[in-house]
Design a protein around this ligand. Structure first.
Ligand SMILES: [Zn+2]
Length: 407
């Protein structure tokens, strides 16, 4: 994984011309004594009182231990346990946000998220709103959002991502991460293999709609993805090296997003499908499915689409030879960059490659395994692009296929 020092050096030499954001994370520790180092960090930074935000499960696996370490070193702290809903899920919704806001005392000067993605979203949102910094202590290598700024929260049933704040430090304890449930490890890997299509969508949006593109951010994401895929066997065994690679990849993907201040390198059409499914589950009052599990499944569907129908559409548009009366700019750009787009899509792995990787981890492969019907799959392929204002290939395909009679 890239160090913060190397990242700052590379950022200075990146000549892409886009704004690079300062990475405000001071310390990233991935080790066996990460919890102990959290305690030392508190003391060095002269914090006076911490609020540990966790759910029952994550308090049990890490929060309690951290709390005991705080007690041993006489460090003042409070514990805020976020309660599950009637389906047994902890959701980052208005109820959980209020629970956290009520639990964090005014004299607390640092908030610590001890948990997986949802606990981080709650801590990130509430700490920012209370004007306090927060620290990330992940308990499972399940998602790439620990060190990002965005907090996706559900308000009145609608999920919206708010830009809040990145943690000032991240302490990941390998011993704890290694013991994470297998489906959470598979989910972390699923979130990472989504980067094949998210990176391709970002390039496409750059080629076709002029979206700002930073090669450094893309490269960091690509390296993280490749490291993960190379380590598939070790990750499947949940051995130390494998879990370390997975959490480092997730953190590096988070850093790549922080560098440019948005999630384009890590989130494309495959994430839009996943968000669509999640919103449908919320509407129906169904229990939630892990984010990365959905992304692992949606990535295969998106790859299939991009390599078949979308590619046919690009060939067809390319054969129009630039002279398209009244054509939109984006279509003309696709014609101009036709060869590059085709090359890029051909360089992506087949959906079957992703399938076999996910199978090695015992992760879900088919939508039905996650309770997603074929009807919902079809709806999401037709409408998920409307959830975000990004010029992904999914969006382009939906907008152009009717014009070009590819329905
Ligand atoms: Zn994701």
């Amino acid at each position: 994984m890239i160090t913060l020092k190397e990242l700052s050096k590379l950022t200075k030499s990146c000549t892409c011309g886009n704004r690079h954001f300062d990475i405000t994370i001071e310390e990233i520790v991935i080790s066996h004594d990460a919890l102990q180092q959290t305690v030392s960090y508190m003391k060095n930074k002269q914090f006076h009182k911490a609020a540990i935000i966790a759910d029952q499960m994550t308090f049990h696996v890490a929060g309690k231990k951290l709390s005991n370490m705080f007690k041993e070193s006489n460090f003042n702290h409070e514990i805020v346990i976020i309660q599950p809903n009637e389906l047994g899920d902890v959701i980052a919704n208005e109820i959980s946000l209020i629970e956290a806001l009520l639990g964090i005392s005014p004299d607390t000067d640092i908030v610590i998220a001890v948990g997986s993605g949802t606990i981080h979203d709650i801590a990130r949102f509430t700490s920012y709103k209370m004007g306090k910094p927060f620290i990330s202590v992940p308990t499972a290598p399940s998602v790439d959002g620990f060190n990002s700024m965005g907090a996706p929260v559900v308000i009145k049933g609608v999920k919206t991502t708010y830009q809040m704040q990145a943690p000032i430090a991240l302490f990941a304890d390998i011993t704890i991460l290694k013991q994470a449930p297998k489906d959470m490890i598979a989910a972390g890997f699923g979130d990472m293999i989504g980067k094949y299509t998210s990176l391709a969508d970002w390039s496409f949006s750059h080629f076709s709609a002029g979206e700002a593109y930073c090669p450094l951010s893309a490269q960091l994401t690509k390296e993280a993805l490749e490291d993960c895929v190379e380590s598939i066997n070790q990750i499947a065994e949940a051995d130390e090296a494998g879990i370390k690679t997975l959490i480092e990849s997730l953190v590096q993907s988070g850093l790549a997003m922080l560098l440019i201040g948005h999630s384009s390198p890590a989130s494309g059409g495959e994430h839009h499908l996943s968000h669509y499914w999640e919103m449908e589950f919320l509407k129906q009052g169904k229990a939630q499915v892990l984010h990365g599990a959905k992304v692992g499944v949606s990535s295969q569907l998106i790859l299939k689409l991009y390599k078949s129908d979308f590619l046919k559409l690009v060939y067809k548009i390319g054969s129009l030879e630039v002279q398209v009366p009244n054509s939109k700019d984006q279509q003309n750009n696709v014609i101009a960059k036709n060869t590059e787009i085709i090359k890029m899509i051909n360089s992506l792995p087949d959906a079957a490659t992703l399938t076999s990787l996910l199978q090695k981890l015992g992760g879900a492969v088919q939508p039905a395994e996650l309770g997603i019907s074929s009807e919902l799959v079809r709806d999401s392929l037709n409408h998920a692009h409307l959830l975000r204002n990004r010029c992904t290939m999914l969006k382009f395909w939906n907008e152009q296929r009717e014009i070009h009679k590819y329905i």
